[in-house]
Ligand binder design. Structure first.
Ligand code: FAD
Length: 488
């Protein structure tokens, strides 16, 4: 018999963005949540470029908006790409024009040590029992359901639900008895390090992520501060041989073959000490699990799936899944709906978001096309009745799901901004490229309108009526933290 057994409502394994989001949103409904993290925070993680839906939608739900603002992360107004057949980098922005920038028309480039720490401490502030330096060894349960976890020291925590948010490299996900299916298309390897003193794009795009294609793959160039830059090469597995031997030489070799990044790093020096001094590689990161849940257990974030580093979708998918999982568990624990019904909603919405990005990212890797065809493909996968560019921006803004909770702030800016977008539609940038505004996309407009409605109804004390996203699907409750049947 185990020496030590305790019980709680929910055990969350992993303190990354997926775990912290789920745990906080469960604690907000008063449940007892134990979060177990094997490391001591702050800890290093890759995945530094965020989307607006994470910063503003999830950030607001978690109550960390001000704290994120105070952390002085690099403001990311969009992305700059040297991609396709066009030799000139082109931009997309989360806003149509600087003078029209709304409260949600930017994201952050974050040092994940700081960002993840803010989210984890926030979970504790909301009453989550956060335990660091506690590795989970395995999930325990029977044929009927998962019933808890066993820790590395042999003790057990029994719970009504186990949330696996333990990321890419843990094996806890096997507790759902599914299979991790690796992508046939994304079979890439990433090699990355950090540089001091790299150049910046001209203002106001200096905080943009820069993605540049070169012969063997593409490079990211993410400004984390005025002087520190995260630089990575993503190459196809066929070129894996080039990573054998000295990793610094490999990375510098890729930089050398990627003209624009080489120019930006001309006078920079590679960081060689401390957390950022290490050159790291990651592989086997593109997969999806055959199932995301089984009774008593749910997978969130990289534990469930990840696509590819291009377009910064990882933290978005992890935090979005955290929101969906928390809603589902909150609903079951309140005795409002059956477990299989709410997790069908969870899995349906999560896979829908994953699939849209998967298809789009696949299309984006079609290096032979020019940029117009990427936009076209973006529309094809979202089925939006929008212009090609609008569909593209909607997708990369992380708001394709149409989730109101991810676009909370939009209600505040909807009136004046929607009018302004109506007038301007699109504009030329300083460099002559066309930009577009996230608020200009039809899907976001509808969402903004809905948010206004909900606010008004909320003030008047009437339940909100939101349309289901899935056939016969559920809708979020008024506070966004559980599911309810859609009313007629
Ligand atoms: P994680 O952030 O991995 O957190 C999991 C936590 O679980 C960790 O803290 C870990 O210590 C803990 N843990 C693991 N096992 C156990 C255990 N047994 N017991 C207890 N705790 C455990 N995403 C973006 O949004 N933008 C980007 O620019 C981006 N770039 C990327 C570049 C590369 C090369 C790769 C591979 C990924 C990139 N991503 C990016 C994806 C991003 O890193 C992940 O999607 C994101 O970190 C997932 O968050 P998570 O909470 O699911 O997992």
């Amino acid at each position: 018999m185990s020496a030590n057994i305790e019980s709680t409502d929910v055990v969350v394994v992993g303190g990354g963005p997926g775990g912290s989001t789920t745990a906080t949103l469960l604690a907000k409904r008063g449940h007892r949540v134990v979060l177990l993290e094997k490391e001591t925070f702050p800890r290093y993680q890759i995945g530094e470029s965020l989307l607006p839906s994470t910063v503003h939608g999830i950030g607001r739900l978690l109550g960390v908006t001000e704290e994120l603002e105070a952390a002085s992360f690099m403001v990311k107004r969009g992305g700059s790409f040297r991609w396709g057949t066009n030799p000139v980098p082109w931009n997309f922005l989360f806003a149509v024009a600087p003078e029209l920038s709304g409260p949600t028309s930017y994201a952050y480039q974050v040092e994940r040590m700081k960002f993840d720490d803010i989210l984890l401490r926030n979970a504790a502030k909301h009453g989550v029992d956060v335990r660091e330096n506690v590795p989970v060894a395995e999930v325990i349960g029977d044929d009927e359901r998962v019933r808890g976890v066993r820790l590395a020291d042999g003790s057990e925590i029994h719970a009504t639900f186990v949330v696996d948010a333990s990321g890419n490299r843990s094996r806890i996900h096997q507790g759902v008895r599914g299979e991790r299916i690796y992508s046939d298309f994304f079979k890439n390897i990433a090699l990355f390090g950090y540089f001091e003193g790299g150049k910046r794009l001209p203002a106001p795009d200096s905080g943009n992520i820069l993605c540049a294609a070169f012969d063997e793959g593409w490079m990211w160039y993410i400004p984390l501060s005025d002087t520190l830059t995260s630089v990575g090469a993503v190459i196809s597995r066929e070129h894996a041989a080039k990573l054998q031997g000295d990793q610094e030489q490999s990375l510098l070799g890729f930089v050398d073959r990627c003209e624009i990044v080489r120019g930006f790093l001309e006078n920079a020096t590679r960081v060689t000490e401390g957390t950022y001094g290490e050159i790291r590689t990651r592989k086997d990161y593109s997969y999806t699990n055959s199932t995301f849940h089984r009774p008593g257990m749910v997978l969130v974030g990289d534990a469930a799936c990840f696509i590819d580093p291009v377009f910064s979708t990882g933290v978005h998918l992890a935090t979005y899944a955290g929101l969906l999982a928390a809603r589902s568990i909150n609903t079951v624990l309140a005795g409002e709906l059956a477990e299989d019904r709410v997790f069908e909603e969870f899995e349906g919405r999560y896979r829908r978001e994953y699939r849209v990005f998967y298809e789009f990212l696949s299309a984006f890797y079609d290096m032979q096309s020019n940029e117009e065809s990427y936009f076209w493909k973006a529309r094809k996968v979202t089925n939006l009745a929008a212009t090609d560019l609008e569909a593209f921006v909607s997708l990369v803004g992380g708001v394709h799901s149409g989730e109101q909770a991810l676009v909370q702030d939009f209600r505040e800016s909807s009136g004046a901004l929607a009018d302004a977008v109506e007038r301007t539609g699109s504009m030329q940038t300083e460099s002559g490229e066309r930009m577009h505004h996230l608020f200009g996309t039809p899907v976001v407009r509808e969402v903004m309108q809905e948010m206004n409605n909900i606010q008004v109804r909320g003030v008047q004390g009437i339940a909100a009526h939101e349309l289901p996203l899935l056939e016969n699907g559920l809708v979020p409750a008024a506070d966004g933290l559980s599911w309810t049947e859609a009313s007629r």
